[in-house]
Design a protein around this ligand. Sequence first.
Ligand SMILES: *Cc1c(COP(=O)(O)O)cnc(C)c1O
Length: 448
Amino acid sequence: MLAEEDIPRRWYNIQADMPNKPMPPLNPATREVLRAEDLFPIFAEELCRQEMNQTDAWIDMPEEVREMYKYYRSTPLVRAYGLEKALGTPAHIYFKNESVSPMGSHKLNSAIPQAYYCRREGVTNVTTETGAGQWGASLAYAAKLFGLEAAVYQVKLSYEQKPYRRSMMQTFGAQVTPSPSMSTRAGKDILTANPNHQGSLGTAISEAVELARTTPNCKYTLGSVLSHVTLHQTVIGLEAEKQMEMAGEYPDIVVACFGGGSNFGGIAFPFMRHNILEGKTTRFIAAEPASCPKLTRGEFRYDFGDEAGYTPLLPMFTLGHNFMPPNVHAGGLRYHGAGVIVSQLLKDGLMEAVDVEQIESFDAGVLFARSEGIIPAPESCHAIAATIREALKCKESGEEKVILFNLSGHGLIDMASYDKYLAGDLINYSLSDEQIQRNISALDKTMH
Ligand SMILES: *Cc1c(COP(=O)(O)O)cnc(C)c1O
């Protein structure tokens, strides 16, 4: 643990140090380069500036935000002796435990500053989408902290599969609507075309963005993918950097699961900075589900962030914005694209990606639970699986590598998923190349 005065006072903006900056977002109608002002109608202005900031490596945390962080930060850095022993590996495995946040995941790290900046700019209502409900719960709570009303569109499948996250959001006073819904134009269009649509993050984003656009004093917020979200999450890696120093070690490998990239960037970027600026050789591994493999099997190109095509065009690794991920239990990883920073870093070879099948992820999660006493979120199980693969390579080679992974959340509200696993009812979803190509090749060729 860190002392309170050692909680970071600034976030790290890797955009300033990247050898190749991300390509700019484009206005979908005109194909012109988007400016920060173009995003003002949708997001709080300060968040738009952070999004587009490619020059300042350090961004000050407002004191009000840091005060709220102190409620649950720093989070512990833990040496996973139990897991090391269970694997019989000479590797030193550490994890950063973001599951201790009152919402049970890292999402609150960005919900707090997003709600704060909205409040500071006179906004009264915030809206968003949520998959598994981790982001929705965090935003609902952060909105309450700063006196805002929150309206959350929850992916219908998760709304039904994860009823307790919906209850959490409602407990914090948010209004929750299953998506697609008939309350928006985007939702109506999708339901008319396919009445049995189970929802996806892309669809829910369309609905929330539409609500923000059509409601006065209402802003949209996002829990992943965008660069300002990852910026806020660097509090994880900045703390971990100091904590690893206290442990007298430096990671050879940093691992995190990957949905849109915020917890990955959050733990990785402060260490990647030393690779870029000082020639360190740490490896960074993003672990995504085999059922939604945008980093390992997607294409780098301009695409929309949402299903209806409301968002700017973003340069990213994508499976196509119409891609419908199979119903895996790691709801937070079911998104078709990757954030623009991570996409550029992957393209430039500064990081790696691996995919993990659903059953391997739960095998890893259960082994972790039995050796460390923490039941990980189905999303986090992917990071644990990738960590175990590396630790077993060390067992083979006899190397004492230092592996650091991010435990992005706990799985105590995902026990229905564990029930299915324990009953042997989970399946893997291997996508054929044809399935993957179908969506990508349907995209407008001029968007390349
Ligand atoms: C949302 C979520 C993720 C995936 O989102 P990223 O932006 O890729 O970090 C991973 N783990 C948990 C617990 C989540 O709630």
